[in-house]
Design a protein around this ligand. Structure first.
Ligand code: NAD
Length: 343
């Protein structure tokens, strides 16, 4: 299990492996870059098939946070943590107390928060052991509605750039995953007049969006082949890959999931096919933007900053078109300029 020559290692500043026999905690904390400030990024709890899969995930996710925080204009570095365990584990108190104690040993170099498989309640437990937790109940709270708002505005920016339209009325949008963010995203899209085609592996979540927003439900494997204008990946990562790209009829890929491209080269494949891709870490920054206002929480200020995602994406789309480059490439370069200037 080599780290420094791992394919996803990207000059990460610090990677911490945490084990506590008593609680059964197995976690990895990755601090990618702190040029802009303390590293901030959520904690994912997942049944990884191997340690290597967990390492790969935490290395990629933490790097993504550095770029995300930089382009969102935040004075925060990038980090992320993963807990290797079944996200449905019911006995969570000892686990998250132990996790909180490990976070505390880093002395504020890394702040953790909720992510896939963890809840605000888990974060509150860890917070009893350390102040270095973000997205707390009674403060900025659930980041998902803000992530959804940013993603919705990102979809609008893509539609504006590609088709010159200011409304989503009559457009067909497929949403893969109608969980925390997906639900609120569907609400925005529905209110803007879009026709929704959704999938999930959780029936109750599907029933809710079908009832409330008139969404058409399809089986998980059928989401890629839908005749839609926009495909919004809002479940897990790597759904843009060699198998799925040839199936897509959408001319825009814009959703909230992290690490949507299985490999960087898939950004190039999308571009060659004329599919406009909204870089994931730019479009899904709404939640972390909201969290960044936590110390002196002001919903209006947080919302105004989330709304800037629209213009940031327009800038990226225009530059990519001008230079004949991928949108991911342009976003990375813009982020690196900010990170290096802060060194
Ligand atoms: P969530 O767990 O609430 O929702 C994910 C949904 O996807 C669930 O309903 C789940 O059942 C469904 N799902 C899982 N596998 C699926 C499959 N194979 N096919 C269809 N559906 C499937 O998570 P969330 O908080 O809504 O986050 C969704 C994505 O957005 C994640 O990739 C997350 O990292 C990213 N993200 C979330 C936030 C946030 O504020 N919550 C912020 C930034 C990025």
């Amino acid at each position: 299990m080599a780290l420094f020559n791992h394919v996803s290692f990207d000059d990460h500043e610090q990677v911490v492996f945490c084990h506590d026999k008593e609680s059964g905690l197995k976690a990895i904390i990755a601090i990618h870059n702190t040029n802009l400030g303390p590293a901030v990024g959520g904690c994912r709890m997942w049944n990884y098939d191997s340690d290597d899969e967990a390492i790969n995930d935490v290395l990629r996710l933490s790097r993504g946070m550095t770029y995300k925080n930089a382009l969102a204009g935040l004075t925060m570095g990038g980090g992320k943590s993963v807990i290797i365990a079944d996200p449905k584990t019911t006995d969570r108190e000892a686990l998250f107390r132990s996790f909180g104690r490990f976070i505390h040993t880093l002395g504020g170099k890394y702040y953790s928060a909720e992510d896939v498989g963890t809840t605000t309640a888990d974060i509150m437990i860890a917070h009893e052991e350390t102040p270095y937790m973000a997205g707390l109940e009674g403060k900025s709270g659930d980041p998902s509605p803000f992530t959804a708002l940013g993603t919705y505005l990102g979809i609008k920016a893509a539609v504006k750039h590609q088709r010159g339209l200011d409304s989503l009325k009559g457009l067909k949008i497929s949403v893969q995953g109608v969980g925390h963010v997906g639900y609120y995203l569907c609400k925005h899209l529905h209110e803007d007049g879009a026709e929704l085609i959704v999938t999930d592996i959780h029936q109750a979540s599907l029933d809710r969006v079908a009832t409330e927003f008139g969404a058409t439900v399809v089986a998980p494997q059928d989401i890629y082949t839908q005749d839609v204008d926009v495909y919004a990946p809002c479940a897990l990562g790597a759904t843009i890959n060699d198998t799925t790209i040839p199936l897509l009829k959408a001319t825009i890929v814009a959703g909230c999931a992290n690490n949507q491209l299985a490999e960087v080269r898939h950004g190039e494949v999308l571009k060659e096919l004329g599919i406009l891709y909204a870089p994931d870490y730019v479009i899904n920054a709404g939640g972390i933007i909201n969290v960044s206002f936590e110390s002196d929480y002001d919903v209006a200020k947080a919302t105004a900053k989330v709304e800037k995602i629209y213009n940031t994406l327009i800038k990226i789309f225009e530059q990519a078109e001008k230079d004949n480059r991928t949108t991911g490439d342009v976003a990375d370069e813009m982020a690196r300029e900010i990170i290096n200037a802060a060194k």
